[in-house]
Write a protein that binds this ligand. Structure first.
Ligand SMILES: C[C@H](O)[C@H](O)[C@H]1CNC2=NC(N)=NC(=O)C2=N1
Length: 120
């Protein structure tokens, strides 16, 4: 069983095979704030205001770039909705791969740090 801590220490690699439904369920247990939605994993991150929402987006940019795995981001005043899937699996039709869960765990760690720093 991969914990969130195990996942965030891994690095994205090119993926051609999608995870099975059972594997997806197992990884979602490790990342309880993420949900399966229309074949993607989705998390809503919440913030105090627009500035902090944008600060989070800037904080995750480096990880997104270095992992070369790019989420769909929907940014509103106090929310950033993050959606991940992998285009290259299922013969290019898309699906979920380990990369999606690695990045989800990395983004969760960045969020936990940013909320801890701005708590009061
Ligand atoms: C070659 C390169 O790794 C791929 O095109 C990457 C780029 N970023 C990506 N981002 C996401 N979210 N899914 C992908 O399948 C994907 N593929």
């Amino acid at each position: 069983m991969s914990s969130a801590a195990d996942l965030r220490l891994q690095t994205c690699r090119p993926q051609t095979s999608a995870l099975s439904a059972a594997e997806v369920a197992t990884y979602l247990q490790a990342l309880p704030d993420w949900q399966l939605q229309d074949g993607k994993i989705v998390r809503v991150y919440t913030f105090q205001n627009y500035y902090r929402t944008l600060a989070f987006v800037n904080a995750i940019a480096y990880t997104i770039h270095t992992e070369d795995h790019h989420p769909e981001l929907v940014i509103t005043y106090k929310q950033c909705v993050v959606k991940y899937d992998t285009h290259s699996v299922n013969n290019g039709q898309g699906g979920l791969s380990l990369n999606d869960f690695i990045c989800a765990a990395k983004l969760d760690a960045i969020y936990a740090q940013s909320v801890a720093r701005t708590a009061s």
